[in-house]
Design a protein around this ligand. Structure first.
Ligand code: 0L1
Ligand code: MG
Length: 266
C-alpha cells in the first residue's frame, strides 16, 4: 500500500476541487508514483461516493475508456478502463453545454447500450451483453481530464473517473441485434467540417466485447450492470477538442446522429 486512507481522502478532495473549481491540476502520480491500478480504482470508488453525496446525484451507468488498440499501445497498456456515469453528467442535444463549467473538453463518438436486464458475472460474454441490452443509441461522450494538459498515467486517469464529464444520447433507439455493431461506420464533424471517422470494430473488435470485459471487471469488485443502466462502450475514433460556440455532430450508420453544442451560459 503506497497511500494511507487519510491520503486517499485528500486525493479525492484534490480531484473533486479541481472539477468544481474548473481548474486543471498536477497529476497525482507526480507525488505518489507507486500508486497501483487497484488503489486507483479504490480512489475512483471513493470519489464517486463523495461526488454523489455532494451533488445529490445517482449512478446511471458506466463508461469504458482506452478501448482502442492504438490508444492502448500508445499508453503501453493491455486493457481498457472503466468509470461511472452520474445523473448530472447527462446532457441534451437541445441544451448547449456550459463551456465555462469545463476545463479543456473533448468529444468522443460512442455507441451506448441501454440495459434491459441486470448483468453480473466473471464469465459474461459479448453475446450475453447483446441479449441483456434493450437498445443501442448514438452517443457523444465529453471527456474533461482534471489533469494539466490532459496528461496522465493509467492510475491517474482511473482515479479521475476516466476523465468523465458529460454524455449526450441521440434519439434513435435500435435493438442491438438489428445492427452489425462491429461494422457500423461513423463520421464526426465540427462546425460542418469533417474531423474523424471510425467503425464499431475500433472498440475492442466489437462494442459488446468491450461491455463484456467491463462486466467481468466489475464482478471482481462484486458489482455489475443494472436494468436501465447506460453503458458508453468506448470511442470509435480519437477525441476532438471543442470550444465555446462549436457544434459537433456524430453520424452513425443505422443509428442516426447526435449533436453537441457549447455556449458560454451562466
Ligand atoms: O473515454 C475515454 O476513452 C477516455 C478515457 C480516459 C483517457 C482520456 O482522457 O483520453
Ligand atoms: Mg469515452
Amino acid at each position: 500500500m503506497t497511500v494511507t486512507n487519510k491520503t486517499k481522502v485528500d486525493l479525492v478532495d484534490y480531484l473533486l476541487r479541481a472539477e468544481s473549481d474548473v481548474t486543471e491540476v498536477v497529476k497525482i502520480t507526480d507525488q505518489y508514483p507507486e500508486l497501483s491500478i487497484e488503489e486507483a480504482y479504490d480512489l475512483q470508488k471513493k470519489l464517486i461516493e463523495r461526488r454523489m453525496e455532494k451533488t445529490q446525484t445517482k449512478r446511471i451507468g458506466i463508461k469504458l475508456g482506452l478501448t482502442s488498440k492504438a490508444k492502448q499501445e500508445m499508453m503501453g497498456i493491455h486493457e481498457a478502463i472503466y468509470g461511472y456515469l452520474l445523473s448530472d453528467m447527462l446532457a441534451f442535444e437541445w441544451e448547449p453545454l456550459q463551456q465555462h463549467r469545463l476545463i479543456h473538453p473533448k468529444a468522443e463518438p460512442e455507441i451506448a447500450f441501454i440495459m434491459g436486464e441486470d448483468l453480473i458475472g466473471k464469465d459474461v460474454t459479448a453475446s450475453d451483453v447483446m441479449n441483456a441490452a434493450k437498445y443501442v443509441v448514438a452517443a457523444i461522450e465529453v471527456i474533461d481530464s482534471r489533469y494539466k494538459d490532459f496528461r496522465f498515467t493509467l492510475p491517474d486517469v482511473v482515479a479521475d473517473n476516466c476523465s468523465s464529464a458529460k454524455l449526450i444520447l441521440g434519439s434513435k433507439l435500435v435493438r442491438p441485434e438489428e445492427l452489425d455493431l462491429a461494422n457500423i461506420g461513423m463520421v464526426m464533424s465540427k462546425n460542418g467540417e469533417m474531423m474523424t471517422t471510425g467503425a464499431g470494430s475500433a472498440v475492442l473488435g466489437h462494442p459488446a466485447e468491450a461491455v463484456a470485459w467491463a462486466v467481468q471487471k466489475l464482478a471482481e469488485r462484486g458489482e455489475g450492470l443494472c436494468k436501465g443502466d447506460i453503458v458508453l462502450s468506448g470511442a470509435l475514433s480519437e477525441a476532438i477538442a471543442f470550444d465555446m460556440d462549436d457544434t459537433i455532430v456524430a453520424q452513425f450508420d443505422g443509428l442516426g446522429s447526435v449533436t453537441l453544442s457549447s455556449r458560454y451560459v451562466k
